[in-house]
Every structure is written in structure tokens, then in C-alpha cells.
Design a protein around this ligand. Structure first.
Ligand SMILES: [Zn+2]
Length: 104
């Protein structure tokens, strides 16, 4: 039920902006939660309008590769990815986090 924990954190964060009824979130594609899971989890806590934008990943690797990560498998609570060039574990530059980009 890790998505509930993530949802609670987002709701708590969004409430700092005051009395809101709409939230826009960026969800990195390397996060171990899907758009539907996140949306569903937030909806169990609040009845806000939820707008989730999935952000494409960007990684950098020791082999000099820079670009989109190779997602091997993604499911409930996990996301496994590597460098598409050398298959090592790269550094995540973008697409590994969840953040609020707007509230109304
Ligand atoms: Zn590499």
C-alpha cells in the first residue's frame, strides 16, 4: 500500500497552499507507482480534481550515454531500469520523482 503513503504526502504538501480543490502533479516515469495508482490513491483521501503529467526520464551513465532510461519492468511497487547502452545502473537526472506543479 505504498501508494497511499505517497498520496498522503502529496495531499499534505498541497494543503500547505490553503483550501484547494485541484492539484497538478508531475510523475516521473521511473517512479514505482503508475499514474492510475497515484490518482486512485489520492482520490481515496480527497475529492480534488487531479491532473497527472508523466515525465519522460533522463539518465546519465558512466559509459557516456545520456538520454531516456531503458525500463525493463514496472509494476506495483517497483520500477527496474538500466542504461540502454551498457545495461548498468545509471544516475537519474530526471523522471525519478513526484512533485506538485500547481494547485487551484
Ligand atoms: Zn551505460
Amino acid at each position: 500500500m505504498h501508494e497511499i503513503v505517497i498520496a498522503e504526502r502529496i495531499v499534505k504538501e498541497a494543503k500547505k497552499f490553503g483550501d484547494i480543490n485541484e492539484v497538478s502533479i508531475v510523475l516521473g516515469e521511473l517512479c514505482n507507482i503508475t499514474k492510475d495508482e497515484l490518482q486512485g490513491a489520492i482520490q481515496t483521501i480527497v475529492n480534488w480534481k487531479i491532473d497527472i503529467l508523466v515525465e519522460e526520464s533522463k539518465i546519465e551513465c558512466s559509459c557516456d550515454y545520456s538520454g531516456k532510461a531503458n525500463i525493463i519492468d514496472k509494476g506495483h511497487g517497483y520500477c527496474i531500469f538500466n542504461c540502454p547502452n551498457c545495461h548498468k545502473k545509471p544516475s537519474v537526472i530526471k523522471g525519478g520523482d513526484i512533485r506538485i506543479i500547481g494547485v487551484k
